[in-house]
Design a protein around this ligand. Sequence first.
Ligand code: PLP
Length: 378
Amino acid sequence: MQPEFLTLADTVGAARRRSEKWAAEDPDVLPLTVAELDVALAPPVADVLAAAVAASDTGYPSAAPGLGRAWAGFAERRWGWILDSAAVRAVPDVGVGVVEVLRALGARGRTVAFSPPVYPPFWSWADEVGAQVCEVPLARDPWRLDLPALDRAFAEHRPVAYLLCSPHNPVGRVHGAEELAELVALAARHGVRVVADEIHAPLTLPGAVHTPLLAVPGAAEVAVSVLSASKAFNLAGLKCAAVVSGSPAGRAVLDRLSPDLTSRTGHLGVLASLAALDHGDAWLDGLLTELAARFDQLGDLLGRQLPEVRWARPEATYLAWLDVSALPGDPVEVFRRRGRVALQDGARFGGPGFARLNAGTGADVLAEAVARMAAALR
Ligand SMILES: Cc1ncc(COP(=O)(O)O)c(C=O)c1O
């Protein structure tokens, strides 16, 4: 099942999508920004949504127990992780899941730690629950958790929780099993809970192995995870994610979440997630092969046209974290204004001098974008 990507012709005129990524830019700008995938829906997902619309089946969601069963099947097939299907709670999206878990952990007035450069809402989520932020930047070359710095920060700032991004957006790092085991040991030693945002896990690329945090020995005692099919299957607008626990301690956190969260989840999101998790493997495998090819292409294009840009090929996601610090001026601004290509400024992620490029698009769109970026600098 080959995924169908948008082409350059789909980026203009009436064919142009209306979601945030597209609506935020002028009509002649190629948006390589928000983490939406420029791909046609996986056929099992498209079919279930079309059938629901045809039947006007657009009421409230009925997520349990289907969502838990579907995640358990997907996690076992893709990652060899046996999760308890009864310990899965549907929530509208990952942001809501993280915020409500932080509230349940009593984060108000306390400190939440995480590791920039990272997905910008990590700051606003902490702010939303009334927590202070403790930034513990990733170590570099290669990008990885800075475990000694986390040890010091946990001791000094006593955060209530550490927000883990696994795999890590924007650097595309798939944290290794040993690194995660060390994080769990640190968290246990310092009494810090770990909230793992694993939204990018289904997008682990060929050659890398995702370790679900709750599969790490001891992790279930200190952590809960938030999962969603939305990033890999492009379902963000449909609103369905899942908070998962693996121990009585984790279940106690789930039990403190309002039951209303589940009824605020999107019915179409639940239906689409079930179809994706139960029947999307072949399509997802095709997608991952295509994304790997897209990163081959990006490496080639950058090497020939923008050799001053440095980057490390991601192990997961469709996002490339580009070091543009060797380029003159404000390259993101120049790319947008003169090249009509939008990237996201790394400063928003806590990574000044970098830009995030969304490569989850058609090969011709990517080629045109890099050509325009190079021309804009000349
Ligand atoms: C790491 C990470 N977490 C969460 C989200 C947003 O997820 P949701 O739309 O389910 O809140 C994104 C979106 O790009 C993301 O990259």
